[in-house]
Design a protein around this ligand. Structure first.
Ligand SMILES: [Zn+2]
Length: 428
């Protein structure tokens, strides 16, 4: 089903990007040309990063390359923010709005072999989440906007973040004074997604479901099997609309299905509770029941643990109950500012091929992204940028063993988001 969608989108991708008439047309066309001119050098950078991937908190080489590149462009550069974080500051020729763009830099541990011929030199580490492409696109945007400096109103901040995969990099950069260095009015970022190369997806509010892990402690009980069955039945009573039967991938693979996936208004990925795991373990005289859940409704995320506790205390296991612990933060989802999402959608659609801009509905399960920590400080929008190409056998579903990216998406990413940032900076 996913491959069908990609095939349909591919037909769209091969269409010619048509700039529409309007005040931004000439800027967009200029940015498009400038992007074409640097495209092959960007592909070289991306391949170098791909060959030399670094896991979270060890992005030493990557951040050095980024900092040197930004300095050569003439940007003001700050390094070692929250670890290997780098910030580049591009001041426009006139006053305007201040816009931040964030890219993440870290790779992932995996023993699966690389599917491209520019293979990773670092054994057991690969870019299977596309952060090499994110970093490259951000450098490309910085390049073309530097060339637009005289026309640029306002300041553009480029955030190159370490340790996204461990969900710590954004928090660490913020704790290390990121927002003392930069004062953005708006923040944007993207992730490579499974759609065809160049397709841009976005939606207002939550992109993903919320995730919580639960750890429920009991005194040792003679009826452990009975307790486990009771807990499983109790947790299953919360499940609505989507049930995880096999692996999470059985569900994830449906998000690209044109009939029920995220691009369809009638998507099944709306208003659901998915239960994961559910197992009793005994360790050092304490019995634990561990499970996790995905929930689309923030209010239900909050009320679910106390509701579970209430039901245990109303059961025959009330005397065995010790405590219920759960992850406190809403780990998971970026929350896109509705007004900025609307403006960004209209802006991109006004110069980009409209068929390449596809809104999303519902909330994707099993995904997490620490971009949300910036959005807690500054209104912003997080996009997906497709990287698949079915004809070339390229599938860009993040974290899959055969993850690969059609490099033409670098061009689409740079031209469309450099133009968006330019329009937003010049918008007042
Ligand atoms: Zn990622």
């Amino acid at each position: 089903m996913k491959t069908q969608l990609i095939a349909i989108l591919l037909i769209v991708t091969t269409g010619i990007l048509s700039a529409q008439s309007g005040k931004s047309t000439s800027n967009y066309q200029q940015i498009e040309k400038q992007t074409d001119a640097i495209y092959s050098s960007l592909v070289e950078i991306r391949r170098d990063l791909h060959v030399n991937p670094e896991i979270s908190k060890q992005e030493k080489r990557t951040s050095k390359i980024v900092a040197e590149y930004l300095r050569k462009l003439g940007l003001e550069v700050k390094t070692n923010i929250g670890g290997h974080g780098v910030v580049g500051i591009l001041k426009g020729g006139k006053e305007g709005r201040n816009i931040a763009w964030r890219a993440d830099m870290d790779a992932i541990k995996t023993d699966e072999p690389d599917v491209v011929n520019f293979t990773s030199k670092n054994k057991g580490v690969r870019h299977i989440c596309g952060h090499d492409v994110h970093t490259t696109i951000a450098l490309g945007i910085a390049t073309v906007l530097s060339q637009q400096k005289e026309n640029l109103e306002g300041t553009v901040y480029f955030i190159f973040q370490p340790a996204e995969e461990t969900f710590t990099g954004a928090k660490d950069m913020i704790a290390d004074g990121l927002f003392d260095i930069i004062k953005p009015d708006e923040i944007y970022g993207l992730h490579i997604g499974p759609e065809a190369s160049g397709v841009i997806n976005v939606k207002a509010n939550e992109l993903f479901a919320y995730m919580k892990t639960l750890k429920i402690k009991f005194k040792p009980s003679a009826n452990e099997k009975e307790l486990e069955n009771f807990m499983n039945t109790l947790l299953k009573s919360f499940v609505r609309n989507i049930e995880q039967v096999g692996s999470p991938w059985d569900i994830i693979n449906k998000i690209s299905d044109p009939k029920i996936g995220l691009t369809n208004k009638e998507t099944i990925f709306k208003d659901y509770f998915i239960l994961q795991g559910g197992r009793l373990n005994t360790d050092k005289g304490v019995t634990f029941y561990n499970a996790s859940f995905l929930e689309t409704d923030v209010n239900k995320v909050n009320s679910t643990p106390s509701e579970i506790k209430k039901q245990i205390l109303n059961s025959k296991f009330k005397d065995a109950f010790i405590s219920i612990e759960y992850s406190k933060d809403y780990s998971g989802t970026p929350i896109n500012d509705p007004e900025l999402t609307k403006i960004a959608s209209q802006t991109i659609s006004s110069f980009y091929n409209k068929e390449m801009f596809i809104p999303l509905y519902g909330q994707a399960p099993y995904f997490g992204e620490d971009f949300l920590y910036y959005q807690q400080k500054v209104p912003g929008v997080f996009f997906f940028l497709g990287g698949s190409n079915i004809e070339k056998g390229i599938n860009s579903m993040p974290h899959t063993p055969n993850f690969a990216v059609d490099e033409t998406t670098i061009k689409y990413g740079v031209q469309s988001f450099a133009s968006l940032i330019f329009e937003r900076a010049n918008s007042k």
